[in-house]
Design a binder for this molecule. Structure first.
Ligand code: ATP
Ligand code: MG
Length: 226
């Protein structure tokens, strides 16, 4: 799979008195290929989450196009876009996103309920094991620590073996040992053919990356790879 984002600009309208528009992304281009890990660095507020939301179809850009192979994702209907996102995209959000009424295992299985996945149960148990969550499989999210919740959202993003994974600061609440496990998992997903895009502040993340970008003044500047 190839994702091509071209000429992406995004302005937000502030809700305060001035209502002045703020331009966050300006004419940004990016190509994302299967089998590679992309790391995006950049200071807080530089537009990294905005870009991931646009690439994954959660947010529309002010200008520009995002194509998954030959499909312009913003020309799809809401239903078609939801199907594409469920089947092909794994998204690890910056914030907490577990469903409070479901157990850990049920949370990991959630994406399989939407698109179907015959191996869902065994894959869920395998992912729980890999992320050290087996003892917590029947717990509810409010019984978990920040790092455990983070690992849960990563396992959930991987359950359908997506073609592309967007990870927004996936190791925020984790110690170095667990952060390395997460980066190894994401690296393995790329080795199995996924395209992986990670926004992070971890300096060691660059070891796991094929391509490193820095978000600066609304555009991506390449620092490593191509
Ligand atoms: N819905 C919104 N309305 C108005 N402004 C917004 C909105 N969402 C984000 N912004 C602004 O856009 C800018 C970029 O935000 P974004 O969340 O993309 O940054 P980021 O690089 O992910 O930052 P961080 O590292 O802190 O997560 C910020 O200045 C933010 O205040
Ligand atoms: Mg962010």
């Amino acid at each position: 799979m190839l994702i091509t984002a071209q000429n992406i600009t995004k302005s937000y309208q502030r809700k305060g008195k001035t209502k002045a528009p703020v331009q966050v992304l300006s004419n940004t281009d990016l190509s994302i290929e299967s089998g590679k890990v992309y790391v995006i660095l950049g200071r807080s507020g530089s537009g990294k989450s905005t870009l991931l939301n646009i690439l994954s179809g959660l947010l529309t850009s002010s200008t520009g196009t995002v194509r998954y192979d030959d499909t312009d994702i913003y020309s799809l209907t809401d239903g078609e876009l939801s199907q594409l996102r469920c089947k092909r995209v794994g998204y690890i959000p910056q914030g907490q996103s577990a469903v409070g009424t479901l157990t850990v295992r049920e949370n990991v299985l959630l994406p399989t309920a939407i698109v179907g996945n015959a191996n869902g149960f065994s894959r869920a148990d395998h992912l729980l094991e890999q992320f050290g969550l087996t003892p917590l499989r029947d717990a509810r999210p409010d019984e978990l620590s920040g790092g455990e919740l983070r690992r849960l959202s990563i396992a959930r993003a991987l359950i359908n073996s997506p073609d592309v994974i967007f990870a927004d600061e996936p190791t925020n609440d984790l110690d170095e040992e667990n952060s390395r496990i997460v980066f190894e998992q994401l690296r393995n997903a790329a080795q199995s053919g996924a395209a992986v895009v990670i926004v992070t502040h971890e300096l060691f993340a660059q070891e796991f990356a094929d391509v490193v970008y820095r978000m600066q003044q609304g555009s991506l500047i390449r620092e490593k790879g191509q």
